[in-house]
Design a protein around this ligand. Structure first.
Ligand code: 9YT
Length: 134
């Protein structure tokens, strides 16, 4: 069994930040579960373009509020917007290009990835994480 406390992750190499977010990587590829789990904080008032072309991601909101807007194949905003608040899950089951915004507060999400993250990924210029090298 694996038991971890977020306090062990904070300020370790698995406490990773992007421009608009920070992510504590709780469960990783090396743990052999077939998925990873992170606690992610999206900063208030930010918008991030994301395209996980190599991963499926599901996010469950436990704190704060924001929204996700679907983008088209060229990354343009479509106006299809879903509110995010505690109790809402969104799952990028089609590797959906999207814009993620935290509106009036920071937003705290529990995020799972399949395939799992290795731990130190940050978004590239396409909003993507690299495919895992087996
Ligand atoms: C929602 C989202 O994808 N934010 C970026 C961080 C990501 N959840 C991660 O854990 O690396």
């Amino acid at each position: 069994m694996i038991v971890r406390n977020i306090k062990e992750i904070i300020n370790s190499k698995y406490d990773v930040s992007g421009e608009n977010w920070s992510s504590r990587r709780l469960l990783l590829h090396k743990d052999g579960m077939g998925f990873s789990m992170t606690e992610t904080i999206i900063k208030k008032g930010t918008e991030t373009y994301i395209w996980y072309k190599n991963h499926f991601e599901a996010c469950y909101c436990i704190e704060g509020e924001g929204e996700v807007e679907i983008a088209d194949k060229d990354g343009n905003k479509t106006g299809e917007i879903y509110k995010i608040y505690p109790g809402i899950l969104y799952a990028l089951d089609k590797h959906d290009k999207h814009y993620l915004r935290a509106t009036s507060s920071d937003m705290r999400l529990v995020c799972t990835f399949n395939p799992p993250l290795t731990g130190e990924e940050i978004h590239d210029e396409e909003g993507t994480y690299p495919a895992i090298a087996e």
